[in-house]
Design a protein around this ligand. Structure first.
Ligand code: CO8
Length: 290
C-alpha cells in the first residue's frame, strides 16, 4: 500500500448507517435505495454503476438521494472487486439541481445551523475514480455534482448551467470555485451571473468535459473508459487520483513534492515492478493491485 490517504478517509458503513439513520439502507444493500439504481457492470463486474433515478423531478438532488449516493459510493470504494465508478442520470437529466421544493421553506438558521449540504463533500473522500456520464440537464447542484467527479463525459444533448442566480441565490457546492478552475474566470462568471446554459460542445472546448459522444453512446463510452482504467493497478490509480487532486488544493511546490513522493512510493509496489518488467519483456502486464 502506498499509505497516502487524504483526510483520515475511511468511514465504515456501519458507522455511516448509525450516524445518518441509514442502517436499513446499508444492511439491505443496493436493493433498498429509493432514489438511485446501483449495479456492477463491465466484463469482470469491476465497474460500480450508479444511476440517479428520480425521473419525475428530473433527478433533482434531495437530501435522501444524496445520503443514498454517499452510501453507494462508499460501498463501491470498499469493494475489492470494483476499480472504477460511473455516475449517470437519464437521457433528459443528469440532475436538474438541488431539490428546490425541499429547499424552498428553509431559513438561514436552518441551513446554517444544520450545515446544509455539508454531506456533499463526502464523495470527495472516495479513492476510486468516479466518471460522470452526463446526458440532458446538469444544472446547479447537478453541474456541481458532475464537477465533483473525476472525469466528465457528455452526451451531445447535455446542457450545463449554474442557474442559482435566477432563484435569488448562488451556487453552494463548488459552482463558483470548481467552475472557474475548469473553464476560466470569464466564462464561469458569465454562467454564474446569468444562469445561461452551455452546450456539451461548449463545455468540451472550455475544458469542463473531456469527451462528447452521441447521447445514445454515452453510457457505453463511460463504461469503456471505466474498464480501461480498471485494467491498471489499483495502487497506481489511487496515487494518480490523489496527485491530480492535489493540483487543485495545494500550491505548486507542494503538489510537485507530493507527486514525486507518490512516484517514489510506487516503487514499493509489486505492480510497478511487474509493469516495467512486462514492458522490457514485450508482454502484457498482469497487475494484482499489490
Ligand atoms: N428541484 C425540484 N424539482 C425540480 C427541479 C429542481 N431543481 N427541476 C425540475 N423539477 C421538477 C419540476 O418541478 C417538475 O415537477 P412537476 O411535474 O411536479 O411540476 C418536473 O421536475 C419536470 O420539470 P419541468 O416541468 O420544469 O420540465 P421542463 O422540461 O419544462 O424544464 C428544466 C426542465 C429547464 C430543467 C426546469 O425544470 C428547470 O429550470 N429546473 C430548475 C433548474 C434549477 O434552477 N436548478 C438549480 C437548483 S438550485 C441548486 O442546485 C443549488 C445548489 C446548491 C448546492 C447543492 C445543494 C443540494
Amino acid at each position: 500500500m502506498l499509505g497516502i490517504a487524504r483526510t483520515g478517509i475511511r468511514v465504515t458503513l456501519a458507522s455511516v448507517a448509525r450516524g445518518n439513520g441509514l442502517r436499513q439502507l446499508c444492511s439491505g444493500g443496493s436493493g433498498s435505495y429509493k432514489n438511485i439504481l446501483v449495479e456492477k457492470k463491465g466484463d469482470k463486474s469491476q465497474v460500480g454503476f450508479v444511476r440517479l433515478n428520480r425521473p419525475k423531478a428530473l433527478n433533482s438532488l434531495c437530501d435522501d438521494l444524496l445520503r443514498e449516493l454517499n452510501v453507494a459510493f462508499r460501498e463501491f470504494d470498499a469493494d475489492p472487486s470494483v476499480k472504477a465508478i460511473v455516475l449517470t442520470g437519464s437521457s433528459k437529466a443528469f440532475a436538474a439541481g438541488a431539490d428546490i421544493k425541499e429547499m424552498q421553506p428553509k431559513t438561514y438558521s436552518t441551513v446554517f445551523g444544520t450545515n446544509f449540504i455539508n454531506d456533499w463533500t463526502e464523495m470527495l473522500r472516495i479513492r476510486k475514480p468516479i466518471i460522470a456520464a452526463v446526458n440532458g440537464y446538469a444544472l446547479g447542484g447537478g453541474c456541481e455534482l458532475a464537477m465533483m467527479c473525476d472525469i466528465i463525459y457528455a452526451g451531445d444533448s447535455a446542457k450545463f448551467a449554474q442557474p442559482e442566480i435566477r432563484l435569488g441565490t448562488i451556487p453552494g457546492a463548488g459552482g463558483t470555485q470548481r467552475l472557474p478552475r475548469a473553464v476560466g474566470k470569464s466564462k464561469a462568471m458569465e454562467m454564474c451571473l446569468t444562469g445561461d446554459m452551455i452546450t456539451a460542445k461548449e463545455a468540451e472546448s472550455a475544458g469542463l468535459v473531456s469527451k462528447v459522444v452521441p447521447a445514445d453512446k454515452l453510457e457505453a463510452a463511460a463504461l469503456d473508459l471505466a474498464e480501461r482504467i480498471s485494467r491498471m493497478s489499483l495502487m497506481a490509480i489511487y496515487a494518480a487520483k490523489e496527485s491530480v487532486n492535489a493540483a487543485y488544493e495545494a500550491p505548486l511546490s507542494q503538489g510537485l513534492l507530493l507527486e514525486r513522493r507518490l512516484f517514489h512510493a510506487s516503487f514499493g509496489t509489486r505492480d510497478r515492478s511487474e509493469g516495467m518488467s512486462a514492458f522490457t519483456e514485450k508482454r502484457a502486464a498482469e497487475f494484482k493491485d499489490e
